[in-house]
Design a binder for this molecule. Sequence first.
Ligand code: C5P
Ligand code: ZN
Length: 469
Amino acid sequence: MMSSSLQSTVEKAAAIIAKHDYARVFSHYDADGITSVAIISTALLRMGIQFHSSIVSKLDRSLIQDLDEDLIIICDMGTAQTDLISEYLTDKDVIIIDHHAAPLTSTIPSSTASSSPVIINPHCFTRGGNNEIDGEVCAAGLSYLVARCLVSEGERNIDLAGLAIAGTLGDKLEIDRGLNKTILDEAINEGVITIKKGLKLGDGKIRELLLFSTDPYIPFVGKQEWVDAFLNKEGIDGDKLLGDLEDEEESRLTTALLSQIRESDVEVPEDALVGTTYKMNLEVVRSGLDFMRMIDACGRFGKAGIGIGLCMREASMIEDAKSLYMQFQNKLVAELNRIEGAGDDGIQELSHIFYFYVQATGITGVLAGILAEYVHTKKPLIVLNKKDGEDERTATKISARCNKKLLAPSEGEGAGVDLAKALDKAATAVGGFGGGHPVAAGASIPNGSEEKFIANIDSIIGEQRRSLS
Ligand code: C5P
Ligand code: ZN
């Protein structure tokens, strides 16, 4: 299943790592980044290789030029910085374990071109324009492949497969396909993971799960009375743990939730609510979803160390991680309820986009993602985080998301959209910068240029939808 060139690059990286007795490791702050760094750090620890791991939001020139360790491992980022790495780190061993495409303006060097950096990125393994690797693999999955080759005392780190699957859940990639499925099958066979079909809500008291579930989006999220009325009507005890429900009760709850969703104006596909759930048999948090969400919240609050501790099976980290997750959900749900109740001051609609302003920081991207996926699905959604009363030197941060269905051409609606290109163009036109992925992009623009930016984005998306290429 694994392409032979990917396998040989992974082996090459492992052989280079094994030559060293110290490593500097960098990774990104989301669930995929944190699980990646935990996989690599644990594998290094088991081999007796000392390390210093850091979570950073970006790799820039000043960081790269000051590195003086002989072995540098970069997870969930680095592909976009290969030019800087080649410029400053010529005499070092650098391993990049990443799954992001190179920016539009540059190309990823071929994986075989030189010995350093060694780039383990599925975008490097293409044949005839097609990806050699079936399905999308995240950085944690790739880090796991490296860890599997870092054998210590005959052990191949297969117990770390749960972290790879948690990272894959974090990046919302398809698990039941290609290389991800190979990893999952191995994890199931080795007893690391147990799968089951059920509600994709994590574990905990049913009342709280329904009250705070934003992804999948429950129409009465944040509304205590509605949740209680629903549970009373269905005769389900909200104080029960979801995991303790009898099969019959869970199936009754599922049917009732699906019918509630159908009656509402939100668009939650059945498979977003019900499907495979992953039990992490070796981790300190057993529900795969809860585990991933807690790790993600740690990273978003600048407490990635707690997330890494959780991944390294420190039970003492559970309470703090859980509390960070609840803080994050509280903030998110409050903002969702505020926007919904804001009427004309809430979400604005133009010909080709929806947009709105938020004050709360740190949740912009997640908020936009939820609304675009489940609530405002027909046009891209732009969220602006503007700091009131500041001058133009202060940046307004923008997050844009769209429902995946808008990426493909559709009858009557026109061609597919590409938010990365749209944000890049619209932000540059007002003296800012932007980019990202077709479905999820961001930008920074000078304070005061928001209205012009919004008008630009609306017209660029309009052009994209009209174009036939
Ligand atoms: O900030 P946010 O989560 O909305 O970013 C979404 C995507 O856009 C990320 O991949 C990020 O790297 C990218 N982005 C960018 N330029 C910016 C802000 C975000 O390329 N100024
Ligand atoms: Zn990632």
